[in-house]
Design a protein around this ligand. Structure first.
Ligand code: MEZ
Length: 535
């Protein structure tokens, strides 16, 4: 890959400054500096990109314009189109979504004796879990504690996390690591068998457990194997397009649609677990995304329509280091672990402008400021980028570190002719995670009786910003938790008559609010149709 002449000139400055930069220990920003930075540069503060919901449980609350369009969009079916009297599936626990949270929930519900089924619009494992790279947090080493983990995450999330949920997350973390290890996850270990752990942005202790830089893929591989070994049924290439309730208003199943044939199917269930993941493929504010192809906010839409409240739907996470060049990998995740193992962020002039391990929202805002108002970004075909000086890693830690600790990064850039051991890489923030989502209680239940939720579709665990490695953790802790509670609850539920009446109520409320739109929701898959001829 040829860096263009401007990039090459800038690389020379980065190389010239490297030795001095390596010795730097850039100070952390003060709380006041962070506050001003976020309000001025973080995308969450761009008020024109948000709108007030005109209807539903969060009426009057702000959400991204793209999400409002879906939350208030047209259902894909009318109640008359579906025969609810002859369900195609009848199970104890229906799990919607085949990522890490859904798989963990399924394993735990199955362990508890439930008749459980997973439905997924793609295949099991096609999920953001698979794409998480840097690691999973757990305070399981001497000198660390769940209390310390709590303080880091609570502060990093701007003191907005639901305290009971965060308490559960950090306290159940060591057990989550044990469970994954016993299932077969190959975490990185020192020769004496202890886990190798590193820092992430905003952590006060090294508690990031990793499988090189494909931690999520290794976890998902293991969970998927366990689901398949247990012969838990997985209905794949089938989306959920509506939740079903019974006449007492409890969640009682879902309307499914085969993605290929468009055939409608009915799944009746005593309890349902929503584990549909995030929304990166909505490309809020035109950002590229690190997310999986299926991340289109379906769970938020389905549950909101059925009456579930959302918490913090206006807060999104832009991962500071998405690939900014070359175009083929624009927006792809460059794991935070690259900074954990020693790379620093350097501007076009070769200057270090921030501590590389500030929290994600602060780091993203700082990079945006550097590229916009300060004019210190490196021009790329898509916009601007900042250097992540990867050759520093081997200077600090020795030759071979990159291949050993972040081989996936090395491979991703090598495919495009960039050797990250010798050349820095260009990054820019990419849409990575939805901090907000469905409100749940600590047993995993949403506002709707018998509808549980787990994983990225949930809001409030992390507050208004999430630390690295707490998402792989939450899918395990809250996935298992939902599986346990939903299967227990299923033992005492008897489902009444199935109905889709809530759709009529939703349509009426839309009409009363004067909402008219052609948008069909849930979106199911991203829309990359080229609408203008730009050639
Ligand atoms: O928690 C994450 O989002 C994560 C592990 C991402 C990464 O940078 O690797």
């Amino acid at each position: 890959m040829y860096f263009d002449p401007i990039m090459q000139e800038s690389i020379k400055k980065v190389e010239a400054a490297r030795e001095a930069n390596i010795r730097m220990d850039p100070r952390r920003m003060t709380a006041e500096e962070k506050d001003v930075l976020l309000k001025t540069y973080h995308p969450d503060y761009k008020t024109a990109e948000f709108t007030e919901l005109k209807m539903g449980p969060n009426k009057g609350g702000k959400v991204p314009v793209e999400l409002a369009e879906l939350l208030q969009g047209n259902p894909r079916i009318t109640p008359e189109q579906v025969d609810l009297t002859k369900p195609d599936y009848d199970v104890d626990v229906l799990i919607i979504g085949g990522g890490g949270a859904g798989a963990s929930a399924a394993i735990e519900a199955h362990q508890n004796g439930a008749n459980v089924m997973i439905v997924t619009k793609l295949r099991i494992g096609d999920a953001n879990t698979m794409m998480a790279e840097g690691g999973i947090q757990a305070a399981d080493k001497p000198g660390d504690s769940p209390a310390q983990h709590y303080l880091d995450a609570f502060g990093g999330g701007h003191f907005a996390a639901q305290k009971d949920l965060l308490y559960k997350l950090v306290n159940d973390a060591p057990e989550a690591i044990r469970w994954l290890s016993e299932l077969g996850v190959e975490f990185d270990k020192a020769p004496d068998g202890t886990m190798i752990t590193t820092h992430g942005g905003g952590t006060s202790r090294k508690r990031m457990h990793a499988a090189k830089d494909y931690s999520g893929a290794e976890i998902m591989r293991t969970l998927r194997d366990e689901v398949l070994n247990r012969q838990i049924p997985v209905v794949d290439f089938t989306s959920v397009i509506e939740l079903i309730k019974d006449e007492s208003g409890c969640c009682a199943g879902a309307v499914l649609q085969n993605m290929e044939t468009k055939e409608l199917l009915v799944a009746k269930a005593k309890t349902v677990i929503m584990a549909t993941g995030g929304a990166g493929r909505l490309h809020y504010q035109g950002f590229p995304t690190s997310n999986h192809y299926g991340a289109t906010a379906d769970g938020l839409v389905l549950a909101y329509r059925a009456g579930a409240r959302l918490l913090y739907p206006e807060t999104l996470q832009y991962h500071p280091t998405g690939a900014a060049f070359p175009a083929q990998i624009y927006g792809a995740l460059v794991t935070e672990k690259v900074r954990s193992v020693g790379a620093m962020l350097v501007n076009a002039n070769g200057e270090v402008f921030m501590n590389p391990l500030e929290t994600r929202d602060v780091s993203a805002a700082s990079i945006i400021r550097e590229c916009t108002d300060r004019g210190n970004g490196v021009p790329t075909p898509e916009g601007f980028g900042i250097w992540l000086d990867t050759p520093m890693i081997e200077i600090k830690n020795g030759t071979g570190t990159i291949e050993k600790r972040i081989p996936a990064m090395m491979r991703m850039f090598a495919k495009h002719g960039i050797d990250i051991r010798k050349e820095p890489i260009l990054i820019y923030p990419t849409l990575h995670y939805q901090n907000g989502g469905l409100k749940i209680t600590d047993d995993g239940q949403t506002d709707i009786e018998n509808l549980y939720a787990a994983g990225e579709v949930v809001g409030g665990i992390h507050g208004r910003n999430r630390l690295m490695g707490n998402s792989l953790l939450d899918i395990i802790v809250f996935g298992r938790n939902a599986g346990r509670h939903a299967s227990q609850k299923a033992k005492e539920v008897s489902v009444g008559q199935l109905t889709l009446d809530h759709l009529n109520a939703f349509n009426q409320e839309r009409a009363n609010a004067g909402i008219t739109t052609d948008t069909l929701s849930p979106r199911l898959l991203p829309d990359y149709t080229r609408r203008r001829n730009t050639l």
